[in-house]
Design a protein around this ligand. Sequence first.
Ligand SMILES: [Zn+2]
Length: 178
Amino acid sequence: MKKKSKREQEYENRYRDNDPHLMQFEPPCQHKEGRFRCCSIPINALCKAKRTLFANPNKKQQDMRLSFLLDVNSPKRQIRRKKIPVCARFFRKLFSIGQIRVNTISKGIASGKGVIDKRGGDHKVGKFEARRKEVVKFISKLKGTESHYNRSKSQRLYLSSDLSVNKLFKMYSYPEKE
Ligand SMILES: [Zn+2]
């Protein structure tokens, strides 16, 4: 196996769990019931959450996982997804992450662009965004027909019923043939 460079080693240490069994963990709050239930979560569940997050010492993968755990939206959704709501302080301390990293991830989620790693420079995100714009442009060029129902009320336009997703994709991929 290839020996890891000092830089790689340092990077891994940075994104490794230094306290997987929570031996040094002191909850920063006393939330037990109500809006946040930080201190009612069994320790093995907390350890499991940490194990999952730190499975790979890779910032981008961890940010992705964190983004699933973070809820930027209403607390109602947390309940539906069977997550136990914890306060921000507890969350940061448990996963030993700073406010800036949480903010960056939250911003990514809120903007719909997902998690972007500025250091590595993720070109896929940029490419995807360009592609998305192209598709929107393509769709907006198609002629819509009005709904058969509630014609007077509805503002929506409907695509001709003989257009399938497959057909649209072909039209989009080879516009010159149409
Ligand atoms: Zn708390």
